[in-house]
Design a protein around this ligand. Structure first.
Ligand SMILES: C[S@@+](CC[C@H](N)C(=O)[O-])C[C@H]1O[C@@H](n2cnc3c(N)ncnc32)[C@H](O)[C@@H]1O
Length: 470
């Protein structure tokens, strides 16, 4: 027998005692949070639908509900025999409440026009928004009135299918607007249980524009699972936007905790990076796994040139040893450095590169900044001296210039611990020697030519050797 695909589970005549969308685990969590409410308590439910959850809430205080009470197409698709599309679901809601001998003050209408005027709120259950923007609207409505010891429960607040909502909650927690309340809930229960932070009153719908720019407060190794899930969602959101720098910075500050990885694993299947970003996304996931693996970064047992994974591991291990503020490299460049063989030749002088500010001079195509950083350089400044009448930074060297942001800093040659020169143009080396007459006398100068890496001397003397080598 064929079943009609639109046949739903419910019909108006045969509604369950307590029609609700939430599952048993959600209800168990909600009940456990209701037991400690003060008496009398004020409860606000945003999005009660047919009232299955409202009947429970109403037993614990003075319940207010906000809903447009309009049977949607989605409702009708799922339950075609309850109401026609567009019909009011308010009579059904009222009937259910009456049948269970409980009551609620009904605020019928759109949430965005709702204005709460009934004093402090002890418990707020939000199950209407599906976007960060709508969630922020709900939170800004109650921001001034949720009692300091009150609770805010957000359905889908821990649902990785709604990364934007989770990411926003991370930002609001970082900004002290909200705090996570510890619970015993299992991972499949996606309600976020929160309480007001000291700055919740500053939350308003206008915050939306810059909420995601709020810096991420560092997490402790003791952070609860919901807290870590929210943070991972924020990292994932940054990664999908291609904001690797901020994601890497935040990752570097996270404790090396294996349990963090499990939270990422719960989030990852829901991330959809753009096609062009899939490789970098995988690279970030690789770094994240390495960071949280508990492996000792000092014990890297294969060279960076071995594979892309090893290149990333070396890069990360060095990054963790240095102060990395503003110094992360687009991951794609590390992968590229490995695949085009730059790491291989540089590994031969890795002891000279480690912890040094490197100056690299060469024709543009030879500049290998990401490779130096992968092998532990503190910074790399590249100068393209291809046609150099006078040595000027090439415009396309933004990435390297960002590390040592301006040529002025570079010319302050004191801090340079290694000079690598590609090619053998004597004119170029002569000019370089003049430009770098201040480099410390002991700075090694390395020549790289035709696959040969050679330490030619030290300081200006080393550069002179290059000139004479011609
Ligand atoms: C997912 S249902 C809530 C389900 C309910 N918590 C349960 O478990 O039975 C979402 C409810 O929010 C309401 N809603 C969504 N967006 C709304 C808006 N912008 N204004 C008013 N009501 C809204 C819908 O009408 C619907 O009743």
């Amino acid at each position: 027998m064929q079943t009609h695909p639109r046949v739903g589970k419910l019909s108006l005549e045969n509604l369950p005692e307590l029609p609700r969308m939430m599952g048993e685990t959600d209800i168990t969590l909600i009940k456990s949070m209701l037991v400690n409410l003060p008496e009398p308590a004020t409860i606000l439910e945003i999005g009660p639908w047919l009232g299955g959850v409202s009947t429970i809430l109403a037993q614990h205080g003075d319940l207010h509900v906000v809903d447009r009470f309009e049977w949607s197409e989605l409702n009708s698709d799922r339950h075609p025999n309850v109401l026609p599309v567009g019909a009011s679901s308010r009579p059904v809601f009222e009937g259910i409440m009456e049948r269970h001998a409980v009551s609620a003050t009904i605020h019928e209408g759109e949430i965005e026009f709702f204005d709460w005027q009934h004093g402090k709120i002890d418990f707020c259950l939000i199950d209407a928004p599906r976007t960060a923007e709508d969630l922020l609207t709900c939170l800004s409505i109650v921001a001034l009135d949720v009692d300091g010891s009150g609770l805010i429960l957000i359905k889908h607040g821990l649902n990785p299918a709604h990364l934007d909502m989770m990411s926003m909650l991370d930002a609001m927690i970082s900004a002290d607007m909200l705090e996570v309340v510890p619970t015993e809930q299992p991972r499949w229960c996606n309600i976020a249980v929160l309480k007001p932070g000291p700055k919740l009153s500053t939350c308003s719908a206008q915050l939306m524009e810059d909420v995601l720019d709020i810096p991420m407060a560092p997490l402790m190794s003791t952070a609860s699972e919901p807290r870590v899930l929210l943070r991972m969602a924020r990292l994932a959101a940054l990664v999908t936007q291609g904001n690797w720098d901020a994601a890497c910075q935040a990752l570097a500050e996270q404790p090396h905790q294996r349990s963090y990885q499990e939270c990422w694993d719960a989030i990852e299947p829901h991330i959809q990076p753009r096609r062009s970003k899939e490789t970098e996304f995988a690279a970030f996931a690789e770094l994240l796994a390495f960071h949280h693996s508990g492996a000792n970064p000092a014990e890297l047992w294969a060279p960076a040139s071995q594979s892309m994974t090893w290149a990333l591991r070396h890069y990360w291990a060095h990054l963790m040893q240095h102060d990395i503020a503003g110094k992360t490299v687009p991951l794609q460049l590390i992968l590229q450095a490995q695949s085009q063989g730059d790491l291989e030749w540089l590994e031969r002088i890795s002891s000279l590169i480690h912890s040094q500010n490197v100056l690299e001079v060469g024709p543009l195509t030879d500049l290998a900044g990401a490779a130096f950083l992968t092998l532990g350089a503190l910074s790399v400044t590249g100068i393209a001296a291809n046609n150099a009448e006078d040595l000027e930074p090439d415009e396309t060297l933004d990435m390297r210039m960002r590390v040592l942001p301006s040529i002025d800093e570079m010319i302050d040659a004191d801090g340079i611990g290694l000079v690598v020169v590609h090619g053998r143009s004597s004119k170029q080396h002569h000019q370089l020697a003049i430009l770098l007459s201040d480099i410390p006398k002991s700075t090694p100068v390395v020549s790289f030519h035709n696959q040969l890496v050679e330490v030619v001397g030290e300081g200006v003397e080393g550069l002179k050797c290059l000139t004479e080598q011609k």
